[in-house]
Design a binder for this molecule. Structure first.
Ligand code: XUL
Ligand code: CO
Length: 441
């Protein structure tokens, strides 16, 4: 059975193409800085937004027209797998990602849920044999069901902790079975609403224990995926324990987990935390903790996780700059944790959305590579911090200065001269690179 009958494989046609069902900038085979775009960008399709999401919002019912929705229960889950692999091939996706409940319905008991999962995982495994699309990561949904009302690994109820742990155990087995490159932990409800009824220390300690147990079990079964933690400051809880990369890193260090997990950084989570996407990528990169990316964007006027497909080119340039400076994403990728808008309800919109996102990151990649080749931002930093290359600055960075020495130096200063940070000039140069990279083509 096929589901996207009026759509053929999406091809690269170049910037002059008028075909909405073609890539204008993403040319998978094109080399940028020695590697193909496909190798660098490692795009992933998010199962939940593309095949499970019905596009409902708090004020209205779902609008999505999905040909597989004529089926129910396990039949629908099976139809989704067929549709997913047709979509992966047509959009030419190297990767996909899912939560347990995206691929198989939960049963009345854990054993029944696991049985449903086994059936669908076996089917996915069969489809993967004839597909180039690999599993970027899987995870388990330990936040939607009412049992997780007080959290999962940080729940006040030990039975829920146990249930959540059992779901992760199964998730790790599923990841191993399907050869997942990574395993993600997004702490959907790992936080709290109010300190009036919360033992924060116990909850955080338990969360630390939860990650160690998962790591021990992954080792036990020989599942060697990279573990990733995905920070988000709020939503659904008002205080999430992994607020952003900085607080997440402190948490990992405190619980001896800094060698166990890296970060899966989501653009919209970064902006919800009051950071830019590039801030979060940069913070992870300079600590060698950048693992993977959930590629989306928020709405500048809305204060919640709108999960839009990424189209802001300025942001994709700065994101790809960080990723290239990181030496790529390793086993990670750019997973479109993004959904079409409620008004974009046709199956075809799923293609338009992915094309827009893939093209936007392809532009970002090419512009960022040019910025790096021309050392544009490296020269800015070199010049701005030159005072640390000699004299008292060099003494400071080499640890040869103490407060006595610095006081003596400061007393001898007759004037302190600062130089311009040239911010407007730098922004104009980035615009120039953005506009000229494709101008001649
Ligand atoms: C929620 C979110 C999740 C994680 C996986 O904001 O980003 O979809 O990516 O659980
Ligand atoms: Co995400």
């Amino acid at each position: 059975m096929t589901y996207f009958n009026n759509i053929s494989n999406i091809k690269y046609e170049g910037p002059k193409s008028n075909n909405p069902l073609a890539f204008k900038f993403y040319n998978p085979e094109e080399k940028v800085g020695g590697k193909t775009m496909e190798e660098i960008l490692r795009f992933g399709v998010a199962y939940w937004h593309t095949f499970t999401e019905d596009l409902s919002d708090p004020f209205g019912a779902g609008t999505a027209i999905r040909p597989w929705d004529k089926y129910q229960g396990m039949d629908c889950a099976k139809a989704r797998v067929e549709a997913a692999f047709e979509f992966f091939e047509k959009i030419n996706a190297p990767f996909f990602a899912f939560h347990d409940v995206d691929i198989a319905p939960e049963g009345d008991t854990l054993a029944e849920s696991n049985k449903n999962l086994d059936t669908i995982v076996a089917m996915i495994k069969e489809y993967m044999k004839d597909s180039k699309t690999k599993l970027l990561w899987n995870t388990v949904n330990n936040f939607s069901h009412p049992r997780f009302v007080h959290g999962a690994g940080s729940s006040s109820n030990a039975d829920v902790f146990a249930y959540a742990a059992a779901k992760v155990k199964k998730g790790l087995e599923v990841g191993k079975e399907l050869g997942a490159e990574n395993y993600v932990f997004w702490g959907g409800r790992e936080g709290y609403e109010t300190l009036l009824n919360t033992d924060m220390k116990l909850e955080m300690d338990n969360l630390g224990r939860f990650f160690h147990m998962a790591n021990d079990y992954a080792k036990e079964i020989g599942f060697d995926a990279q573990f990733l933690i995905e920070p988000k400051p709020k939503e659904p809880t008002s205080h999430q324990y992994d607020f952003d990369v900085a607080s997440g890193y402190a948490f990992l260090q405190h619980y001896g987990l800094e060698d166990v997990l890296k970060f899966n950084i989501e653009a919209n989570h970064a902006t919800l935390a009051g950071h830019t996407f590039e801030h979060e990528l940069h913070y992870a990169r300079i600590h060698n903790m950048l693992g993977s990316v959930d590629a989306n964007q928020g709405h500048p006027l809305l204060g919640w996780d709108t999960d839009e497909f990424p189209t802001d080119l300025h942001t994709t340039v700065l994101a790809m700059y960080e990723i290239l400076k990181n030496g790529g994403l390793g086993r990670g990728g750019l997973n479109f944790d993004a959904k079409v808008r409620r008004g974009s309800f046709t199956p075809e919109d799923l293609f338009h959305a992915h094309i827009a996102g893939m093209d936007s990151f392809a532009v970002g990649l090419k512009v960022a590579q040019r910025l790096i080749d021309d050392k544009v931002l490296e020269n800015v930093l070199e010049d701005r911090y030159k005072s640390y290359k000699e004299g008292i600055g060099l003494d400071i960075v080499e640890g040869k200065a103490d407060l006595h020495k610095l006081e003596e130096y400061a007393l001898g200063l007759t004037e302190i001269k600062n130089e311009s940070g040239k911010l407007e000039s730098i922004k104009a140069i980035i615009n120039q690179y953005l506009l000229t990279t494709f101008a001649a083509r």
